[in-house]
Structures are given as C-alpha cells and as structure tokens.
Design a protein around this ligand. Structure first.
Ligand code: PMP
Length: 480
C-alpha cells in the first residue's frame, strides 16, 4: 500500500480517484512502469498526477514553441516562428579568453582564446529550445552520468533554467497548491521562503545538526503525522555545504531520508549548488540523485545544479535533472514566462565546457573547491583567535559559509535572550562588520543566536579585523 501526496492510500494495482487540495478530482492509475530495455523501474507518469499543482495542470503549451522541432525535418520550408533574421544583427562573432585547468604534469592554468562564430554564433543570437541549447543539455546529461552514475533515459532528463533559483521557483509552482504541506530543512536557504510563502504552502521544518538533515527528526514528524492531514509533497534540502550551515548530510542520513521518502511517498528536491565545492574528495557522500539510482524504482528525486559558484553567477545557468512529468511542467512554465534561458550564455557556456572536456571540468572544480578550502581555513583560524569561547560552530566541509552560534550569555551577567538579530543588524554594522542574522533562515520565524558569515569574497587580509569587530560587540553584549 502506498500513500499518495494527498494522504489517501493508493492501491498497488488498479486505480482510485483522489481529491486534491484544489478540489479537482483526477484519475490515478497505479499502472506498472512501462516496459524498458533495462532493469531500472521508473515511476509511471500517472504517479505524478497527485503531485502536480492545479496551476501547473491548467497551464497550456505554447503553441508555436511546441512546433519548433518540426522546422528541423528535412525538406520542410518553415513559415512558422517569428524568429528575427540574423543577417540584421550587428554581432557576428565573439572571442572569449578562458583560464583553462592545468595540463597534465603542470600546475598553472593556461589562457586559451576560444572563437564563437558561424552556426554556433547563429544559435547564440537566435531563439532556441525551451528546455535548453541541445549540445549543452547533452553535455550536462553526460556529466550527470559520469558524476552520479545515472544512465541516460532511465527515469530522468535534463532541462535548463536561468540559474537554479529559476527552477526552484518553477518547481514549487509545479507542485504546490495553497495549503499543501512541504518539508524543509531548518535552517533553510532563505531564497526559497518567499516562494513557498507566496504559494501559501504549509512549511514543516526538519532539524539539522553537524551531520546535516536529521533523519530521526524527519521520521518523528512523519510517524506522528495527524491522521486526516494530507502528507507532505516534498522535502527541500541542500545536501552539500548547506546554505546557511555550510554542512553536508552524511551518506547514512541520506539513505534514511530516501527510505522515508519511499515509505511516506514524498519527493526529494535536492538543491545542490555547492556540490562541486566539497573539499574532502575521498569522503564525498553520494548525491540523493545517485543513491536513488541504487533503488529498485527511481523517480522521486528532482536535482538542481548550478554553474553560479563554479563558472559564473552572472551567466545564469542552472540545470534540473529528474522525472519527465515534473520537468515538463516546469518547462511549460518557462515557455510562458521567459521562453528560454539566454541562447548566448548557453552557447558561451557550452563552448567553455566543451573546451575543458569532462576531465578538465572536474580539474577546474577541484581548483575552485581548493580555493574555498584555503579560505575556510584562514577564516577558521581567525575565528578561534577572535571568537573562541564566544561562539560555537561546526567546520564546514563544502560551500562558502560559517554558521556560528554567539554565546551571548556570560554566566556572571543576567540571561540575555538568545537572539543575534539586533546585535548583528545594528551593533555589528555600526562597528563596521556586516553579516547575516540567523533569523533570515528560520522557516517559520522565531529567534536564534546563530549568524551566517560568508568567506567567499572577503579579502583574507580583512578577515581578522572583521572578526575582531564582531568580538568587540559580543564582549559588550556579554557585559565584559
Ligand atoms: N540554492 C542555494 C542553496 C543557493 O545558495 C543559491 C544561491 N545563493 C541558489 C539556490 C541560487 O543559485 P543560482 O545562482 O543558481 O540561481
């Protein structure tokens, strides 16, 4: 017996009608997975029916975009799209200079000039596919297979968004009806909260600790779920170098979360922009997307990747990898909201990635993560000197953040409320240091003594001074 996202039991064979939170009854058919060449069973398209939001089901395809592939049929003369004629465009080629990863046996990067012209330039200047520039999508699919061991065509596909934020927004719109329950790790990436709040999702926080999301808390929540309440549709989590915690969820926890997702029938939205910023290569836990590939049935994990932290944040390239019915719903949103990601940035990105090749790309990401590891070490040494005894933290293993708790209570003084907001927003800022109070990351509000400090951009020579300024205000708050 399976429980659907609406909370009612779904028979393993046969079909049932369920009423969604928007009251639209839809047919759920528990059909066996379509016959495939491989041993991997994928959840059938009908499985997703109870997950897709009413907004998404009401969205109609863009009638012109849907016909674009027909323009490529040999012999067809197209009078279809309102595509501008590139002969009228002023830019005819681009030259970009990239710092390529070191060649074998060397340690320094090599500068290379890449030309973008001809048909590649034409593609960059023209409208393109809603799901992304095909060579770039194919490149990323290949990377997913190499990185996460998932074979193309086995229950997942890739689409492109303008950064992962674009797809977070679209995935939430694809799934959430007002009043739907969603699980989010706490503290959570603050960028998702306004989206979930505007969709009027009921946000259920799941605790985290130094090993990432606490599967025991998740289990407790689900085991004690009120009988008549619809079960949550998904869990949102940042598994590597979490924002704001900088922490990484252990493999054991990930397996437990996946098992709970199967038992209680929710999806896992794995937002992973810091995947390649994982410092400890040997101990890297597998992604949820990879772990799901070991299961008998795949199709619950929707993975988000971003090039923002490893190639450029301004280029605005993100990828979603996951089940077709959800990606299709997100692509329909793209087709009506912004048509596609910029063709030009996709072509530039593909040119760079192609010149790197998969090996070169991995080398490049290792250089990036090593850069941040060194910055983390410099920051942590200064933390010990300036905030030792005044703050508590776990050392981040990925990403670009320290998440630390200010010890605002001095045993000799009266108890001060555990709240860093006023101290960070006013006093620390007045003393010349800017950080984020932890309250920004609490899914359902409240107070916290935690603070997020980013070490990605600060000049290493300024770190000691920044933390000294923070120390001064903490000592003052403690009455010392
Ligand atoms: N998710 C998380 C956890 C992030 O930290 C960020 C960026 N701060 C994003 C998503 C958005 O990234 P992108 O630039 O790819 O839109």
């Amino acid at each position: 017996m399976t429980i659907n996202a609406n909370g009612s039991a779904l028979p393993v064979n046969g079909s049932t009608k369920v009423s969604h939170s928007d009251g639209i009854p839809i047919e759920l058919v528990a059909t066996p997975a379509p016959e495939k060449q491989t041993n991997v069973k994928t959840l059938p398209p009908s499985f997703y029916a109870s997950f897709i939001s009413a907004e998404s089901r009401a969205r109609k395809p863009n009638s012109i975009r849907g016909l674009f592939p027909l323009e490529k049929v040999p012999g067809v003369i197209s009078l279809l799209a309102g595509k501008p004629n590139p002969e009228t465009f002023p830019i005819s080629s681009l030259q970009i200079t990239v710092r390529a990863p070191p060649e074998d046996g060397t340690s320094s990067q090599v500068e290379k000039t890449l030309d973008i012209s001809g048909s590649r330039m034409a593609a960059g200047l023209q409208y393109g596919s809603t799901t992304g520039y095909e060579p770039l999508v194919a490149w990323w699919e290949g990377l997913q297979t190499r990185t996460h061991g998932r074979t193309k065509g086995e229950g997942w596909q890739v689409s492109m968004g303008s950064g992962s934020q674009d797809f977070l927004y679209k995935s939430f719109h694809a799934l959430v009806n007002p009043g739907d329950y969603v699980l989010v790790e706490s503290p959570v990436y603050s960028g998702v909260l306004p989206i979930l709040e505007s969709l009027r999702a009921q946000i259920i926080p799941v605790d985290t600790d130094s090993s990432g999301i606490k599967s025991s808390s998740l289990k407790h929540i689900l085991e004690n779920w009120p009988a008549l309440r619809p079960f949550p549709k998904f869990l949102y989590t940042v598994p590597y170098g979490g924002n704001p915690t900088g922490l990484t969820t252990s493999t054991e926890r990930r397996r437990e979360v996946l098992a709970l997702a199967q038992k209680y029938n929710f999806l896992i939205l794995e937002d992973d922009p810091y995947y390649f910023l994982y410092y400890g290569k040997a101990l890297r836990p597998p992604s949820y997307f990879a772990l799901e590939g070991e299961l008998e049935e795949v199709g619950r994990v929707l993975r988000f990747d971003s090039l923002s932290k490893i190639l450029s944040a301004g280029i605005r390239i993100g990828f979603a990898s996951g089940p077709k019915p959800i990606l299709d719903a997100m692509d329909l949103h793209t087709a009506s909201a912004n048509l596609q990601v910029s063709s030009l940035t996709q072509v530039i990105t593909h040119t760079v990635l192609e010149s790197y090749g998969y090996e070169g790309f991995v080398k490049h990401t290792e250089m990036v993560s090593e850069f941040y590891r060194q910055r983390r070490d410099i920051f942590e040494e200064a933390m010990h000197r300036q905030l030792g005894g005044l703050a508590e933290w776990s050392t981040p293993e990925a990403g670009m953040f320290f998440w630390f708790k200010l010890l605002l209570n001095n045993t000799s003084s009266q108890t001060i409320e555990e709240d860093s907001e006023e101290l960070i927003q006013s006093k620390a800022f007045e003393n010349g240091v800017l950080a984020l109070p932890g309250t920004s990351f609490l899914p359902t509000g409240g107070k916290t003594a935690y603070v997020r400090a980013s070490f990605s951009l600060v000049d290493p020579n300024d770190i000691e001074e920044a933390l000294k300024r923070l120390r001064e205000v903490v000592l003052k708050a403690r009455g010392e």
